[in-house]
Design a protein around this ligand. Structure first.
Ligand code: SAM
Length: 276
């Protein structure tokens, strides 16, 4: 069927290509790609040969015009980025918008996404989360952006490149406070995959503990302000006192009544204080 297929590709493990992605990549007339060399390698590994066309950030509008011409002529075209889901901290949104405005169908093929994969294995309490993507590269702009997010009660999810992860962790601790919990997901679906949760004040030491840690790709997930406040505040102090005399469940229940904080949050905190 003519139109644009937005196809998610693996974020490290070839096995994460979906059956439907395979079917569509095999059947389309043409594949537009963020980087034709990267996609060429993926297609070679999958045993697929198709005409490729480059549509990346700096030529997305012109690329969109070309593709719309092909679709108007009856072609089915797939769009893929280097890894994961197009248009999620990746090019693709302008292309999608242009194809829609030209009156042609745009069909998504869901699949790998680093943020969702990271969250699925981080163990934050269920509830809202905010996907931010990449913070600004310059320190001042990054710190300003974090100040805007400081009071948000939802989990915050960032992407970060290896060469900036150290300074970003420092700014996160500086603005959000060293007590706030972070889960760092690194190299997901790859050989050296790691998911580690700690307080922000411990994150730099975690990075230093292995020279390879600074390499690779990162998703940084931060507990929301509500949880952080509970961590740092009165509730924690109350809980610590109660835990000296009571079992975890009872201490958490009473601390919740006294402090007004959520019981399950205090229960988790109590387990953590007890080192369980
Ligand atoms: N569109 C992609 C997606 O759906 O996740 C994201 C592309 S963005 C240009 C690349 C960033 O995603 C990396 O810098 C890193 O923050 C994150 N990322 C991609 N693959 C990852 C992986 N295997 N493990 C951890 N983070 C990853």
């Amino acid at each position: 069927m003519p139109g644009l297929y937005v196809v998610a590709t693996p974020i490290g493990n070839l096995g994460d290509i979906t059956l439907r992605a395979l079917e569509v990549l095999k059947s389309v007339d043409r594949i537009a790609a963020e980087d034709t060399r990267v996609t060429g390698q993926l297609l070679a590994a999958l045993g697929i040969r198709k005409p490729l066309l480059s549509v990346r950030e700096h030529n997305e509008r012109q690329g969109a015009e070309k593709l719309i011409g092909k679709i108007a002529a009856g072609e089915a075209v797939a769009y893929v980025t280097d890894a994961g889901t197009p248009a999620i901290s990746d090019p693709g949104a302008l292309l999608v918008q242009a194809v829609r405005e030209a009156g042609f169908a745009v069909r998504p093929l869901p699949g790998a996404n680093a943020a969702v994969a990271a969250l699925s294995a981080a163990g934050f309490p269920p509830g809202p989360w905010l996907f931010y993507g990449f913070l600004p590269p310059k320190t001042k702009a990054r710190q300003d952006a974090l100040r805007d997010l400081e009071r948000m009660s939802c989990v915050l999810v960032f992407y970060e490149a290896p060469h900036r992860v150290r300074e970003t962790l420092a700014d996160l601790a500086g603005v959000l406070g060293g007590e706030r919990r972070i889960c760092i997901a690194r190299e997901l679906t790859k050989q050296f995959e790691e998911i580690a949760c700690m307080r922000l004040e411990a994150a730099a030491a975690w990075l230093d503990a292995d020279a390879y840690r600074e390499k690779g790709e990162f998703v940084l997930m931060l507990a929301g302000a509500a949880q952080a406040a509970a961590d740092a505040g009165e509730a924690r102090r109350v809980l610590e006192v109660l835990l000296q005399e009571l079992p975890v469940k009872q201490a958490a229940k009473l601390a919740a009544q006294i402090s007004g904080e959520k019981k399950n949050l205090l229960y988790d905190m109590a387990l953590e204080l007890k080192g369980k």
